[in-house]
Design a binder for this molecule. Structure first.
Ligand code: NDP
Length: 513
């Protein structure tokens, strides 16, 4: 069984000493408290101590932030700056993220419970994304058509779409806002950002960095508050031109419905139930490592979690035994310890839900071969890495997103059956295939409906590669070379030169009325 990494008070004290506790809201270039004096507090899920106190936005702050973002867009100067000017500012932000990387990583650890080593790579990845967006800012361009005839020229320009509402979840606080905001800014948009109120600190700290590099007032506004109070109006208000949302499929649907009243553009990154298909000819050692990583990374609280393992029946027994041995050796515990691989679960309620999912599978006839319960030896909210085998595709645990460190094992006989099981899901975010045979890899990666299919690897990513889901995993793509264009709208300019050739009314004779 997993040997828990005990919480270390001196590490916590050092982290608390390095970070601030109180945060205000960023509205129109100023830090403001809530008009009604409301506050929210956040306790570290690993340590149980209060780590942040936020001003809590309500209707007054939503109104002020939307008005500021609208004004900053309509009156400028941000949308009118050159690509080079916007790019320079984004590059400066990237440098400040790197300067303060340890602080940002610590903020995410204290609020989300994720391991510090992982948080450091997320912050480094985020800085890289800001640089990529800066590069794209200078390459935003449209098209021209000289093929319409000698007296015509068609020019298609890309204009910033306007005010964007950016709504993010708690599981990758700094990384996800960095997958959206720099691209919106590169396009010339202004934004109101609403992080999850469970993990808002690093996004608010980003607000400081934006002011430090001289972002004009009102271009980015950051509100902390609960979904119905702050997120909902940001999806419905007619002053917003686009909603960029990452979160659950349930809330994503509500956000889309609200946005439809004024026909806003929406970009949705939602949930997943991602299959990893392993064939007998695969490099099984590599596949095992990826399967354990894919299931337990970020305590399984990951849209990309490879939670559905689909094994060829000829290797299922041995693979499962080896996966159990590895899973039992995963270091779980104090997320401030650099050796921890799995940290705390986000809230007590969520921990109970994960346990309920596992109990439901047991009652439905599946077998819990590892873990299945919280780690009681650790104070705080820690779930033991869990493996459930004997899962049938129709069971709830095979269909619903668990969002915890729970790996499910299904089996297949033929390639067609493997693809069918993989596709038997409302979700279609990502998948992987493990085989040394090219035909198998190509056929499966073409057959599985997902936004990303990894072939002999898992959860690799790069700013250059588009990311997003099919089916109920989302709408649209983030990252990739179209990431800035996504925050623009095309405008057609149709030029005509010389005398009008296709007259509607005949030319009148001189002197005629
Ligand atoms: P939620 O959907 O609960 O919340 C996401 C964000 O939406 C939060 O900021 C939340 O605020 C806000 N919100 C809540 N209600 C509304 C509303 N009515 N209108 C507008 N916004 C609202 O997701 P979680 O934070 O629980 O995150 C986990 C989910 O995110 C998982 O399903 C996961 O798969 C998905 N996810 C998807 C990713 C992807 O790229 N595909 C990446 C990461 C996560 P509040 O916190 O106050 O409720």
């Amino acid at each position: 069984m997993n040997i828990p990494i005990a919480l270390d008070r001196s590490r916590l004290d050092a982290a608390l000493a390095a970070t601030q506790r109180g945060y205000d809201l960023l509205i129109d270039g100023n830090w403001r408290k809530a008009a009604d004096g409301g506050v929210l507090t956040r306790a570290s899920p690993a340590h149980g101590v209060t780590v942040s106190t936020y001003a809590r936005a309500g209707a007054v702050e939503v109104e002020a932030a939307l008005a500021a973002a609208r004004r900053a867009f309509d009156e400028g100067p941000w949308p009118q700056l050159t690509g080079a000017e916007r790019s320079k500012l984004l590059l400066n932000v990237a440098s400040l993220i790197e300067r303060d990387a340890e602080l940002l990583a610590t903020l995410d650890v204290l609020e989300s419970g994720k391991p510090i080593a992982q948080a450091r790579t997320e912050i480094a990845g985020a800085a890289d994304i800001w640089r990529y967006a800066a590069a794209l800012a200078r390459d935003l361009h449209g098209e021209s058509y000289r093929t319409l005839g000698p007296s015509k020229l068609g020019v298609v320009v890309r204009e910033p779409i306007g005010v964007v509402s950016i709504i993010t979840p708690w599981n990758f606080p700094f990384l996800i806002v960095s997958q959206k905001l720099p691209f919106a800014l590169a396009a010339g948009c202004t934004a109101v950002v609403k992080p999850s109120e469970l993990t808002s600190a690093s996004t608010l700290y980003l607000g400081r960095l934006l002011l430090e590099v001289g972002l004009p007032r009102g271009v980015v506004n950051i509100l902390v508050g609960e979904g119905p109070d702050v997120g909902a109006p940001l999806t419905a208000d007619p002053r917003v031109d686009m909603v960029s949302f990452t979160g659950s499929t349930r809330v994503g649907k509500a956000a889309m419905a609200a946005a439809s009243a004024s026909l806003k553009k929406v970009s949705m990154e939602l949930g997943g139930k991602n299959p990893q298909i392993v064939f007998p000819d695969a490099d099984l050692d590599a596949a095992l490592d990826a399967v354990v990583f894919g299931a337990y990374f970020n305590a399984g609280e990951c849209c990309n979690a490879g939670s559905r393992i689909i094994l060829h029946e000829s290797i299922a027994g041995d693979f499962l035994a080896a996966a159990s041995t590895r899973a039992a050796a995963v270091p779980v515990g104090d997320p401030l310890d650099p050796d921890a691989k799995v940290g705390a679960v986000i809230t007590p309620i969520h921990l109970e839900q994960i346990e309920r999912h596992v109990e439901g599978a047991r009652s439905a006839g599946a077998e819990v071969v590892l873990g299945g319960r919280r780690l009681v030896s650790l104070a705080g909210q820690f779930m033991a890495p869990t493996i459930v085998s004997g899962v049938k595709p129709a069971m709830a645990i095979a269909r619903e997103e668990i969002f915890g460190p729970v790996l499910l094992v299904l089996t297949f006989r033929t390639m067609a059956e493997a693809i069918a099981i993989a596709n038997d899901s409302a979700y279609g975010l990502s998948a992987s295939v493990w085989s040394r045979d090219f035909d198998t890899c190509l056929t499966v990666s073409r057959g599985v409906r997902a936004g990303t299919v990894w072939v002999n690897t898992f959860m690799d990513g790069a700013a250059e590669l588009p990311f997003g889901g099919t089916k109920q995993s989302g709408l649209g793509r983030e990252l990739g070379r179209n990431a800035v264009a996504d925050y623009t709208e095309e405008k057609t300019l149709h030029f005509h030169t010389g005398p009008r050739t296709a007259r509607w009314l005949p030319i009148r004779q001189s002197g005629a009325a």
